[in-house]
Design a protein around this ligand. Structure first.
Ligand SMILES: Cc1cc2nc3c(=O)[nH]c(=O)nc-3n(C[C@H](O)[C@H](O)[C@H](O)COP(=O)(O)OP(=O)(O)OC[C@H]3O[C@@H](n4cnc5c(N)ncnc54)[C@H](O)[C@@H]3O)c2cc1C
Length: 222
């Protein structure tokens, strides 16, 4: 497996110590990591990099960012990168206090940088919009949104992850357990949590995946 990274390090939002751990862990798992390399094209049998280098590959996982829902394009306003709609500090659409935009679609800067397109931002924005609507109904002005960064986590592989929260750094097995528990906690409904946990335990012990894709072979497509 080859990881292609356009930047000169992995997990840019993490402290250097956790970046180094991630790189060493991936290499120990047999993963080749290329830095300062950009994918410019992908074909069924190969991936092409900015310098013309070719990586023979059948499967490409794209993880270089998400895009806001195309619904934003219906608005007659200039969008920000990623198809995001610039919003007011209370998350309402400029000129339309009755419209709120939350999650990936909303572009808001905090402390000089745009808020990232990640689930915690979307969740906090959703809660805020609900409160803002309630305030408006009671004749009060909508409060301003401020994102509270609880930290960052990334899973690297089985029993390996990195996490940083409030200055505390975790790596390896403790970070992996923290990642699992937090993701279970945020699932909606007790039943979902139990089902996902049992699936994970099953996969951990028996290496049997829950989802398999059976795809048509090239020769059968005529
Ligand atoms: C592969 C992948 C991995 C990710 N991993 C992480 C991660 O590990 N951690 C993390 O924090 N974030 C992660 N993210 C980002 C995270 O999923 C998003 O930031 C988050 O889901 C944004 O929430 P949202 O409600 O804005 O949008 P979404 O969760 O995308 O929900 C938008 C919903 O609106 C629906 N919709 C769109 N257009 C219309 C329309 N016209 N009418 C009606 N419905 C419509 C969509 O079908 C969708 O259900 C990941 C994203 C991807 C794609």
């Amino acid at each position: 497996m080859v990881v292609v990274e356009a930047f000169d390090r992995l997990l840019a939002a993490m402290p250097a110590q956790l970046q180094t751990y991630t790189l060493e862990k991936l290499r120990s798992m047999g993963v080749e990591v290329l830095f300062n390399a950009r994918v410019v094209d992908a074909e069924p049998e190969r991936v092409i990099l900015h310098d013309g280098a070719i990586i023979p590959a059948h499967t490409l996982f794209w993880s270089a960012g998400v895009k806001g829902a195309p619904l934003a394009e219906a608005l007659d306003i200039p969008l920000k990168p990623g198809g995001r709609v610039p919003v007011e500090a209370d998350l309402s659409l400029p000129g339309h206090p009755e419209v709120f935009i939350v999650g990936d679609m909303a572009y808001l800067e905090q402390d000089g940088s745009p808020l990232p397109m990640i689930a915690p931002v979307a969740m906090q924005m959703g809660i805020h919009a609900g409160k803002a609507i309630k305030c408006r109904e009671q004749g009060q002005p909508a409060p301003l949104f401020r994102y509270f960064d609880k930290g960052n986590m990334a899973t690297i592989g089985k029993s390996a992850a990195v996490a940083v929260t409030q200055g505390m750094k975790l790596k390896g097995y403790p970070a992996w357990i923290a990642w699992l528990l937090l993701h279970l906690y945020y699932l909606i409904g007790f039943r979902n949590r139990v089902v996902v946990m049992l699936n994970w335990i099953w996969y951990y012990w028996f290496h049997e995946r829950q989802v398999r894709l059976i795809t048509e072979q090239e020769s059968m497509r005529q």
